[in-house]
Structure formats: structure tokens, C-alpha cells
Design a protein around this ligand. Sequence first.
Ligand code: C5P
Length: 335
Amino acid sequence: MFCRNHIKTIFMVLLSTTICTLTINNVPYEDIMKNVMNSSIVEHFFHEEACACMERCLAASEDKWFTERFRRDVPPLLSLCNSTLPDHIYTWWQSLQSKSKTSYTKVIQELFTVVPGEGHYSDAGPDRCRTCAVVGNSGNLLGTKYGKLIDNHDFVFRMNKAPIKGYEKDVGSRTTHRIMYPESATHLDNSTHLLLVPFKTLDLQWLTSTLTNGTIKRTRMKVINKLQADKNKVMVMHPAFMHYVHNTWLHIKARRSYPSTGILVLIFALHICDQVSVFGFGANSKGYWYHYFEKMPKFFWRTGLHSGGIEHDVIKELQKRKLIDLYKGWTSWCF
Ligand code: C5P
């Protein structure tokens, strides 16, 4: 990617050439440097930036609506040292799908004997320009030819069972991260990171089991008991992060409603990327979350247990404020 660091290098070469030329022509050195240092270009490129991207650095945005919501202190990923949950978050998390009698602490300890337990992606800074494509599963991707554009991002996030084969032109062919839960899991190649979104304690137990002895064969339904995935590339979204998306970004009040995988991944991307492009989000004209790979809508009740309307409004607001690039695809879809 062409980024601020490349511009700096070109600028340095041009600057040296100019100084040499002026010196050869006997212009006093002090005059040259005074003009150079006053130039706004110098100020722009040598000012300490939050990231190395040319267009924007997300986490550094001063947009009021964004800063009221964006909380740097909420950890996106579970690690060995940040896994403790405050009571109110644990109670909320346990209410999503099913309560567990098994000790959460014990489950976490077992999990981190199998997957890496250290923090990830805390490398934001002036030398990083990480571009990310968040690819939802909406039917609005069909016919778009977004494939090359999607593949051109550093990270490509895909969700659940969404296939690539046969849809490459519209959805691309690279996947750096696949986000899933046990009931939506699919086998991965060794180059793809698995990001588990745990909606219950049993999901964490399944992850340990499916990467080792395969004893868990059912959760709410039959699940893959021996998943192909590189254990060293496995990550787990933090339940506190899920609660933060629910409360702070979506302000969900409705009982039994919680954030969709898609919105969780989008907000996750805001936290670990410098620029975010969003593809494949949007219900069809009747309000159904229809998949690009299925003939019939997945949910009989429009957006399932998720507050599709609220999620839609947040995504639109992020786009309006130029915090994300939203690719709406086929125009007959809602967005
Ligand atoms: O349906 P599934 O959860 O597999 O899709 C992944 C995500 O894509 C959803 O959680 C939702 O956020 C988004 N989606 C959408 N519009 C659709 C289908 C999915 O916004 N028509």
C-alpha cells in the first residue's frame, strides 16, 4: 500500500535535491532552511501522526459522535491476563443464549492451554497503515465485481459459512480472518485466523474441544467436533467487547436482542484497523437479511434476534461521518 512513509521518502529526496541546487547557486543556507521549515508541507508530513495512512487514522478521529462511543480501554480480544468479567457483564453475557454452571475461570484456563493467551494487534502507531475489509453476507454483493477491491486490503474479515468459490468476482478470494461461533463454523486453511465470537460458556469449551480431543459434538445443534484450523492463529472476542457494542454503540434495550456477528466485527475492525471498508451489509427491500449464497432469506423474522434497524443506523452514521467506506452494492437493497 502507498502510504505516508512512501511520501516522506520521496519528499526527503526532493528536499535534498532542492537544497543542493540552491546551495550550488549560492543562496545562503540559513535562508533555504528558514523557507523549508516554514512550509506547510513539512509541517504536514513531519507532524507526529496517529498512523501512516494518507486518508485517515480511525482511532485519532475527533468526530464528537465517534469519540462519545469509541472506547480504547475495552479489550477487543480475550487474553490470559484480561479475562476477568465484572458481574454485570458476566450476567448479560450468560443471558444471551444459555447460562452455564461450569466455572468460567476454569474454562478460560483450559482454553489458554490450547490457544495463544497473549494480547493481539496493540501495534497502532505512526508507522502503521492497516486497511481492513469487513465482508458481511448480504445478497447486495451479487453482481458488484467488488472482488479485487476487497482483496486489496491488508485484512479481509469474512463471517460464518460464507463461501468464496464461485463468487470470487463479487466477494474476492482472500480471507485473513474468519469470524464464527460453533454453530456457524467451517474448516479453515492454515493461513486464516479464526476469531471466535462466544455467545455462551459452552462456545469457549467447544473451541478447546474442537482443537483437541473433539469430545463436544453438540451445542444448540450438531457442530463440527474436529475443526481444521491453525491453533496458533486462533483468537477469541472478549465478552466485555460484545457488551460494549451492545450498550455503547447500539444502546439495545429490547430483551432477547443482541449484536449480530456483522456489527461485532465492524466495531472490532474500528479498533484494530486504521481504515475500514465495509461490504455486504444490508437487508433486501422487504427488510430480510438475505445471503449472497442462498436463494431464501435465512431468518423468517427479518433480522433474527438482532436489532437490524439500529445496526443499519449506526453503519449509516459511520459512513456519513466518513469514518468508514461503505460499499452498498446493488441499489435495490436497503442502505
Ligand atoms: O447471516 P450471517 O450472520 O451469516 O451474516 C453475517 C453478517 O452480515 C450478519 O451478522 C449481518 O451483520 C450482515 N448481513 C447484512 N445483511 C444481510 C445479510 C447479512 O447486513 N442481508
